[in-house]
Design a protein around this ligand. Sequence first.
Ligand code: NAD
Length: 472
Amino acid sequence: MKAHDGMYIDGDWRPPVGTGTIEVVNPADEQVIGLVPAGVAEDVDAAVAAARAAFPGWAATPPAGRAARIAALRDALAARRDEIAETVTAELGSPLGFAQKVHADLPIAVAGGYAELAATYAFEEKVGNSTVLHEPVGVVGAITPWNYPLHQIVAKVAAALAAGCTVVLKPAEDTPLVAQLFAEAVHEAGVPAGVFNLVTGLGPVAGQALAEHDGVDLVSFTGSTAVGRRIGAVAGGAVKRVALELGGKSANVILPSADLARAVSVGVANVFANSGQTCSAWTRILVDAARYDEAVELARQAAAKYVPGDPHDAASRLGPVVSARQRDRVRGYIEQGAAEGARIVAGGPEAPEGRETGYYVRPTVFADVTPEMTIAQEEIFGPVITILKYEDEDDAVRIANGTVYGLAGAVWSADEDEAVAFARRLETGQVDINGGRFNLLAPFGGYKQSGVGRELGAHGLTEYLQTKSLQF
Ligand code: NAD
């Protein structure tokens, strides 16, 4: 994992215009593991110009030709699976096993899915006396976060390439090394020069320049709601397309008939995976009053199995969080939860024992949480679970829907029909029924302030298409 000191633009690693650099830090030991260039507006200009120049040729490439290049990209990533996992572990801090199974295998599978979709998607349809053409939107500016760094890149780039768009990517400053590795894989896959371009840099500099660029037709952003709101406003002003994947505060609703032990243990695992840095994590467990105390005890016992440890140690289930900033933010929320009257039943704001170096946070469970508390409303983005009590089903719906977010959620019941009926009442983009597993072809995205647009599968592909109707 050697850092490049250039930008990948027009099929080559080019010296940056900006002279600044960004230090990449290993969150497990706080050591600097690489330096990448901090791009400026001129770097973004060069990348957008390359993407514009490449657009007509790529858009005109038959879908089967695009599919072949995306399949080659999938193969290039698969060949470097272990290197991807090592890189994500080094810059994000995920336990290595999780990095292999999720941070590497998931985006490899998503790339494979888009190779197939590019080959099979109906880019033309008949509607009465019209032929409707589904054409690529143009140049895409993709801005991604650090929490699932390769997955978020591939979900945007593979879909955009399948649609016939060209791309400029500005990855998160905390995890640029896997983005550089991705650019190498694009190159190895023989994707034509200019179709994919990479500019590393800071959000308010390179990211903002990309979001505001006149040569970008669609901005696809994943990250915080605060930044997404601004990007949406800029895109609206310029009347350009925008897709926003933002934060979440998802509810894990355990109905009275559900298998409580299973629902709690899967729920705890769902939040503590990736150190709680998952936008779709079920960070609010909702339990009926009769089984509330039992659920709290089960969650306490489950949390005890998550001991913060070195991500390279095979026994570690919980690594550090990504940065000192995130660690301080998460610990601040834990302090605030206690100050607002919630009861800490596991964890707490102090550094975990023996983990004074590295950005570690104690896996924390809060009981006696009420819906209006800050820790029940705001996205904490760390290993913190809140457990809330509901009186009846209507109360559970009201609490579940009672935040500005609506990204994901879970419902558990002994009766699947009852769970589905409940899920229909939730204002959220995804609901897992009785632990239903992640489907990389299902649309992923938010209701309310969790975002605009959908990623993954055919729904993700259509984000990058616009229609033209020919009448006969
Ligand atoms: P962030 O919004 O600060 O950064 C995300 C990306 O935007 C980074 O590449 C960053 O450099 C860039 N950026 C920052 N300021 C910018 C600006 N002014 N203009 C343009 N780009 C800018 O978020 P983060 O701290 O990196 O990520 C954590 C947040 O992202 C959490 O709130 C999380 O829920 C959310 N998230 C959502 C999803 C989803 O799919 N819905 C996925 C992952 C993360």
